[in-house]
Design a protein. Structure first.
Length: 455
């Protein structure tokens, strides 16, 4: 390990004694002291006390300028006034009814019109949305196999927790990855029904799916994969997937849990295709738990009792519906997203200039309201490219920023930053000012090995 981590960890520990106390208590009752593996951080995670706008304060009252935004779930920023108003208004009238709220049809109409879909069903989490989307696709096509892309994460359910961040020794050939389960507890016979292809390689994808051309229910993909950094699709890749799905009678599912609120009409409009199913979540309700499975004509017609199953006590609960109305009508407007996109372009340009001036080898990828820095001397177009990124230097960058009061992105080299509608030019300037000092320290850090040891 880079010896600079000793100093970085010492400063982190000095700043966060209360978080350490909370962690000691938490890990007595929960694995790692957290409730999502992605929240753990060495030597221990920091615990948040409160947040407002684009800042949050930890248990020790350290203030952070936040460009993680809850791993992209807060395009609204923290405690947006319109969200607070909507939730205060609704909570007085009940948090859950067990029946449909009278305004739920309005929310469904807005989702369908905004994303160009015919029908929608609401769930609570992104995991539920992608899980149900696969069931709907299999029920509609009456086929069994699903294809996903290596490195992509679509929630922690068995069907799609396959080929997620695989180590090279289990990943198989680059052009024909194995269906490697990403966790113990996933049955091999479940994983083998999930085909895995290299992202941005249309020819390899065609060869893989045609091996099961008569039994392919769906192709699922993120318009921009955001769990191996931030990987932009190459021209023609998604139109090629659309043609391939049509050729084989399969459905094209776009997992827009992250991208759906980062563009005015989602990532589908960004990549120029119309999906058969789209899953939405995170920022569509300003971080209040809500997900949606929206579909083209006919696909959801068989959803119902004793037909295709979809149920949940918390589905379309009125708090989430009220938050979604506030988000779509008042917060994630086209003007607000365009303004955030302009700020994001400025931040990405600043990253490239700061690292170049400091002599730090890095490649910046950005679009819309998000981006990431890959500590590599080449662009990253798929998971195998990502494995060559310097993961140790990426984590050093993260801690150096954190100790200066900046959360630069999601935790780790496989995450990205998000510009919320509440970020300002001054916030971008402050981010780049802190980055300048960090870059000077990174310039002298020794190079690390492959990233797979750090993920």
């Amino acid at each position: 390990m880079d010896p600079r981590f000793n100093e970085v960890f010492a400063e982190y520990i000095r700043r966060t004694p209360r978080s350490q106390e909370r962690w000691e208590q938490g890990r007595r009752w929960s694995p790692l002291g957290v409730h999502s593996n992605y929240r753990f951080l060495d030597p221990y995670p920091f615990y948040v006390h409160r947040a407002s706008g684009v800042h949050l304060w930890d248990a020790d009252e350290n203030e952070y300028l936040d460009f993680n935004m809850a791993f992209g779930a807060l395009q609204s920023g923290h405690a947006h006034p319109k969200l607070v108003e909507a939730l205060e208004h609704q909570i007085e009238r009940g948090s859950i009814y067990g029946y449909e709220w009278e305004r739920t049809p309005e929310v469904a109409e807005r989702i369908c019109r905004r994303y160009g879909m015919a029908k929608v069903r609401f769930s609570t989490t992104g995991l539920e949305a992608t899980h149900h989307s696969i069931r709907f696709a299999r029920a509609y096509t009456k086929k069994r196999y699903v294809l996903k892309f290596e490195g992509s994460y679509h929630g922690s359910h068995d069907t799609l927790l396959v080929g997620v961040k695989p180590r090279l020794e289990v990943a198989g050939p680059r052009e024909h990855p194995k269906s490697a389960p990403a966790s113990p507890g996933i049955l091999p016979e479940v994983a083998e029904r999930t085909l895995v292809a290299p992202f941005n390689d249309l020819e390899a994808t065609r060869r893989i799916v045609r091996e099961h051309k008569d039994d392919l229910a769906a192709i699922i993909a993120e318009p921009i994969p955001m769990n191996m950094g931030f990987i932009l699709p190459e021209d023609g890749f998604f139109p090629g997937l659309r043609e391939l799905a049509d050729e084989l009678g399969a459905l094209l599912i776009l997992d827009e849990i992250k991208t759906g609120a980062k563009y005015p009409h989602g990532g589908a409009a960004r990549v120029g295709v119309r999906p058969d199913l789209v899953t939405l979540g995170k920022s569509i309700a300003c971080g209040v738990p809500l997900s949606a499975i929206a579909a083209g004509p006919g696909i959801l017609d068989e959803v119902g009792p004793r037909r295709v199953a979809h149920a949940g006590t918390y589905n379309s609960n009125p708090l989430a519906m009220a938050a979604c109305l506030a988000s779509l009508d008042h917060i994630l407007t086209e003007d607000a997203l365009e303004r955030s996109a302009r700020l994001n372009a400025r931040l990405a340009k600043g990253y490239a200039e700061v690292f170049e001036d400091a002599g730090v080898t890095a490649h910046v990828a950005a679009d819309g309201v998000s981006g990431t820095v890959f500590f590599a001397d080449h662009p990253v177009r798929n998971w195998r490219d990502f494995l060559t990124v310097d993961g140790e230097r990426s984590m050093l960058y993260y801690y150096l920023c954190l100790n200066r009061g900046l959360i630069p992105s999601g935790t780790g080299p496989d995450e990205q930053w998000t510009l919320s509608v509440q970020h300002t030019e001054a916030d971008v300037d402050r981010h780049l000012e802190i980055l300048g000092g960090v870059a000077e320290q990174l310039a002298g850090a020794p190079q690390a090995g492959e990233i797979e040891e750090s993920v």
